[in-house]
Design a protein around this ligand. Sequence first.
Ligand code: 2M8
Length: 433
Amino acid sequence: MNKQKLLSDAKKILKENWRTTNTVPSAKLYPHQWNWDSGFIAIAYSNFDQKKGQTELLSLFQGQWKNGMLPHIIFRARSDYFPNEKFWQSKISKDAPELETSGITQPPMQAIAAWHIYENAKNKTEAKKFLEIIYPKIIKFHEFLLNQRDPEKTGLVTIFHPWESGLDNSIRWDSALRKVKPKNLPNYKRTDNKKVDSSQRPSDDDYDKYVYISQILKKYNYDNKKAYKHVPFRIKDIIFNTILIEANYALLRIAKVLKQNPKKINTWIKKSEKSYHKYFFEDGFYYDYDLISKKRIKIKTIASLIPLYLTHVKNKEAKKIFENIDKSFSCQQCTVHFKLATSLNVSDKNFNPMKYWRGPIWLNVNWLLYEGLKKHKMYYEARELKHAMLDLVNKSGFYEYFNPNTGQGIGIKDFSWSAAMIIDLILEKRERF
Ligand code: 2M8
């Protein structure tokens, strides 16, 4: 494998997807700024372009709402993407910012990315200035999440929409969505399924439900308190909350650099960690918790593996979680054995190697597992996973997701976070093998 060529191809993709202050996930399919994508992308920049990394993250906060929410999309350009700014109508909320945004959020990668920027910075003075600006904004976002999005007062965030999970049509949401019965839907036209083979994208039924849940949030002008009882999708999501806890650990490190009082952050971490096991753990596995049915969603998906990324999980427990990748996630019958975690356990009857978050391999979540393996000192396994990711992209290109049976790249090509993860894997200085 020619790593230098892979690296320069990856950088070229980020360069082509750069738009003045931020990077779009894909020029064709996702031509705006996305919340957690910008986090992964900023991590890549932290390795070779400190300034761009800082700008990427700061530009995201231009879309921050007055109540602290960081929206999942900031609309900066005209495009035919659906749902667009006219659909979201963010201005119906008293908290909306000047920029046009969506009305929901996504997993909070920003503190983690900001810490990568500081850690990798050539110019530490600049990086510290950047931390000074971004720290209160991130605190405000986490405050929003832990105050307004945790009415159950558990220390764990409740997501209101499958899009907030980032794993939109994951099979984890099927049982909750089955009970959602859309009515009075507005006329809308999907464009995503014209740009990518429609059989790979979420179904029209899924989209009706996504639109319907958004309509309910709009009905209450995005007032979380008022919408809470009416929104038909309320989930304690493992991936979202795992990222939040680790983001709070990153905030602690930032607070130390800035000599800020860490008391509030410590309290958040303690509370979240206390509830984590209680809500998510059953029969040796981690599952999301559905607040409406009051049950865990007992399907083994990539989400069950993500606790590996947690600092507070013991090394022994992390080992057990990782063994499951080998047992049920990486594809045993595949023509190419990539040993990467699939988005759904391969023996599930609904496993589909081609359909969006219902089977294919995604690089961002595998990168989280890779970071988790290092945290828990499983360096050999981490190295294997890293090489599998590099190998896959080297053979198949910078696609959005990959068929685990063949390694074929699917979804959109020249996808920013796939390029970003490869850049970080090649350039990271954190490797301690
Ligand atoms: C996908 O989600 C968007 C909606 O937010 C879509 O399908 O239109 C997801 O993979 C999500 O995690 C990601 O942030 C977004 C942009 O890459 O695309």
